[in-house]
Ligand binder design. Sequence first.
Ligand code: ZN
Length: 319
Amino acid sequence: MIGVIRLEGNALYAFRLADGGVALVDAGPDLEGTWHDLAAQLRGHGVRTSDVRLVIATHAHADHAGLAAHWAAEGARVVCGAADLLALRAGVDGYAATRSAREDDLRRHGCPPAVIEAIARRPRTPYRWDGSPDVEAVPAGTRFELASGRALRVIEAPGHTPGNLVVALEGPQGLGLCSGDTLLPDTVPTPGLHFPVDAEGVRWPSLPSFLRSVRALGALDVTSALPGHGDLVEGADGVQRLVRRFVGHHERRASRVRSALEGGPANAFEVARTLFPRLPAERLGQALTEVIGHFDLLLERGDASLEDGPARTLVMRLR
Ligand SMILES: [Zn+2]
């Protein structure tokens, strides 16, 4: 590896390709001055931005993919997971395009209009994110040979986003895993409410896939994690601890959601309120997202069913 580039809380990883160019895992956030900062840090490693031939965006979030269009304009090949492709091509406009679907979904899950407004009123993200028509999808299993004799291998790990990727640095002592936001050292990564640009308002259930992906990564011979935020995690034990923390968090959350439903059918907002009675309205978005994720899990396992409730809401009934 050439080095780690740190930009406003994000970590990007640079590798020398066998053909002489440079590969970056993640494009970086587009904030005031980050492009210049990124170029300066690369220069510190003897790399010009024009040397970067390949940028692998782990997922379609502004802090990881924000500079994708800049890299494409510089002539780099920018790739991402197939199910995130339209989101990267759209950039921040994709989020705006699915906003009403997101609000409708929250309403159906019992979220009162005032809380939806409070969630929308949260301080606007400072990230810019231009879409780029030049981004392309990369198939799982694609390998990029490195000058060191090692290789980067693309692994699909849907969950944090529908087309989320992680990138394995293959080596004789196991895998280094550029884990994006799938495994993070300082926090349990969050599922989201995903409305793929081409899904006509239909939500993609995030949490069931996220759990499957994390468990599958935990079964690989991963000996270090190179996360999208925070410090490197060295050693298989450290990586397994992140896997266990994620799975354990959601097992505990699943049993609390189940207990909240034992008294009778309830909508996701009512369950979120039961679980987090003191959380202010504008901070309920994430709690609600997790509860909806656990509804998705209950449905997938056939342990509950979603029914029409009062005022065009949906309530979950345990089987
Ligand atoms: Zn993310």
